[in-house]
Design a protein around this ligand. Structure first.
Ligand code: ADE
Length: 217
């Protein structure tokens, strides 16, 4: 899967994409991460990418020309790719979306807006608009990383255990929240691992896990 990221701050991704499973996925050629620096498409000698909003108001908005030029380059690289815009105004991003993106066999193009936002006309070039929660971040980079992480871990060959992605949390969005788990020691400061998990009785363990799969209060 080719993942193209349009951003003014590619450095923000280094630690996340360069570590652990996201790094392994690219090392195993399951994904490739490619950056398109929006600044390269900036206007004029100062490579400007933003301007004041019509109608007044605080902050700057991304101009359409540089952003659309960047999206068009990404589309030229991968014509079938799904163009994703993280925005607090988008549909709430859920596990079902991650699963869908992981199984479409299409590349992803993630746009990372900055400043106070973007010119609304760019949404004509976008396939999906997602919010990762009801709070406002300083840009689209963190939501883009959240989306990438949630998709890449579902790609075949990325996680070790074949069943681990099947049984875990949010498999069907809000249903089947993951059950609590324990490892050594059996007794930690007087807090004991539930007896049922120690007796090796598979059916009882399954029953216990089902009955304890609920959201934290
Ligand atoms: N950009 C800023 N805040 C965001 C959020 N909560 N979700 C997606 N994109 C955003």
């Amino acid at each position: 899967m080719k993942i193209q990221i349009i951003t003014l701050f590619p450095g923000m991704f280094e630690g996340v994409l360069g570590s652990s499973m996201l790094w392994k996925a690219s090392d195993r050629d399951i994904v490739s991460y490619e950056f398109i620096n929006l600044r390269d498409f900036g206007l004029g000698p100062r490579k400007q990418v933003d301007d004041n909003p019509y109608g007044g108001g605080d902050g700057m908005l991304l101009n359409p020309e540089p952003l659309i030029a960047a999206i068009e380059l990404a589309k030229k690289n991968d014509p079938e790719a799904v163009v994703i815009l993280p925005t607090p105004r988008g549909e709430t991003y859920k596990q079902s979306e991650a699963k869908e993106l992981a199984t479409t066999n299409k590349g992803l193009i993630l746009i990372c807006p900055r400043y106070e936002g973007y010119d609304e006309r760019i949404t004509d070039w976008v396939d999906r608009q997602y919010s990762i929660g009801n709070y406002v971040l300083t840009g689209g980079e963190l939501p883009a990383m959240v989306i990438i992480d949630s998709v890449v871990r579902l790609l075949p060959g990325v996680l070790g255990g074949e069943t681990s992605t099947e049984i875990e949390s949010f498999q069907n969005d809000d249903e089947n929240i993951e059950f609590p788990q324990y490892t050594r020691p059996e007794d930690f400061q007087g807090m004991k691992v539930p007896e049922v998990l120690l007796n090796g009785h598979h059916a009882e363990i399954e029953k216990w896990r089902k009955s304890h799969s609920h959201k934290a209060e």
